[in-house]
Design a protein. Structure first.
Length: 266
C-alpha cells in the first residue's frame, strides 16, 4: 500500500522534529554532573543536542524522570534505584554502569578511630541504601555492630551494639560535606568533597572496598524509553571519550583510589 505524499511529508516532519529534541539528563553537582557536561559538549560538537539538568537532592531526579520531564538520570546506583522504585512506585531501568565512587569515613577533629570520644557525634546519610552503606563501614571500623543480615538496607534502628554511645545525625547525602567539621566523624563522598573544596578527599580514615561494584552509579531511564537510540548514542560517547575520563579523574582529586570506571571493570 502506497502512502499519500502528504502523509509521508507529515511523518518525515514528525521524525525530524523528534530527532531534534534534546536528550535531557538529570544530574547532581560534582563528578557525575561534570562528566555529563563534558560529554554533552562533545555531543553538541557532533550535532547531537544533550541538555544536562542539575538537581540538588537525590529525590527529585527520579520524580522528574518518572514524570517524563527528563529522559535519563545519572546519580544513583542500582540498590538506591530499586528502593526508590518501591517507595515511589516508579518503573525504572538501569541502562549502563558509570562511575563507582568509594565511600569514606572522615574526621576533621581526630586522626584515628581510637580518638573518637564516648558520646561522639556521627553524620550519616539519611536515605535507606546509602545510610546502610555508611553503617556497614562503621561496623568495618569496629565502632558499631549491626543486626545480622540487614546488609546495605540497615538503618540506625538496626544497630545492636554501640559501645561508644555514638550519636547519629541523619543528613541528605550531598550535604554531608557541609557538616563534617561540626561532628566527630562523617560519612563522605569524595566527589562532593572535591566539589566543595573544604578538605582533602583522600584523607578518609577508612574507605569502602573498590570491589563493591553494586554501588556503581548507573545511567537510569524509564522502562518505557530504555531503547531510545539517543540514550545508547550518548552512553557510547560518554564511555569512549578521553575527555570524559580525564574529567572524572580530575573530579576525584586525580586519585585512582577514589573511583573506578565501572563499565570497563572486570
Amino acid at each position: 500500500m502506497k502512502l499519500p505524499s502528504l502523509l509521508l511529508s507529515a511523518l518525515f516532519a514528525f521524525g525530524s522534529m523528534a530527532a531534534a529534541e534534546p536528550l535531557k539528563i538529570g544530574v547532581v553537582p560534582g563528578a557525575y554532573g561534570d562528566a555529563v557536561e563534558v560529554a554533552a559538549a562533545e555531543a553538541k560538537a557532533q550535532g547531537f543536542d544533550v541538555e544536562p539538568i542539575e538537581f540538588s537532592d537525590w529525590t527529585t531526579p527520579n520524580v522528574a524522570l518518572a514524570s517524563g520531564d527528563i529522559d535519563l538520570n545519572f546519580f544513583q546506583h542500582v540498590p538506591f534505584m530499586t528502593n526508590a522504585e518501591k517507595q515511589g512506585g516508579y518503573d525504572l531501568h538501569a541502562v549502563a554502569p558509570g562511575i563507582l565512587a568509594n565511600l569514606g569515613l572522615y574526621s576533621l577533629k581526630h586522626k584515628s578511630f581510637d580518638e573518637i570520644p564516648d558520646g561522639g557525634s556521627v553524620a550519616i546519610a539519611n536515605d535507606p541504601v546509602n545510610q546502610g552503606r555508611g553503617l556497614l563501614l562503621l561496623q568495618k571500623a569496629g565502632l558499631i555492630t549491626l543486626k545480622d543480615g540487614v546488609g546495605f538496607l540497615g538503618t540506625v534502628d538496626d544497630i545492636t551494639a554501640n559501645p561508644r554511645h555514638l550519636k547519629f545525625t541523619e543528613v541528605e547525602g550531598p550535604q554531608l560535606v557541609r557538616i563534617t567539621g561540626d561532628v566527630d566523624l562523617a560519612q563522605g563522598y569524595p566527589h562532593f568533597i572535591v566539589a566543595a573544596g573544604t578538605f582533602d578527599p583522600t584523607s578518609a580514615l577508612l574507605y569502602s572496598g573498590i570491589e563493591d561494584r553494586q554501588f556503581a552509579v548507573n545511567f537510569v531511564s524509564r522502562e518505557d524509553n530504555k531503547d531510545d537510540p539517543r540514550i545508547a548514542r550518548f552512553i557510547a560517547l560518554f564511555q569512549q571519550s578521553p575527555a570524559v575520563k580525564a574529567q572524572i579523574h580530575k573530579s576525584f582529586a586525580s586519585s585512582d583510589k577514589l573511583y573506578i570506571l565501572a563499565w570497563g571493570a572486570k
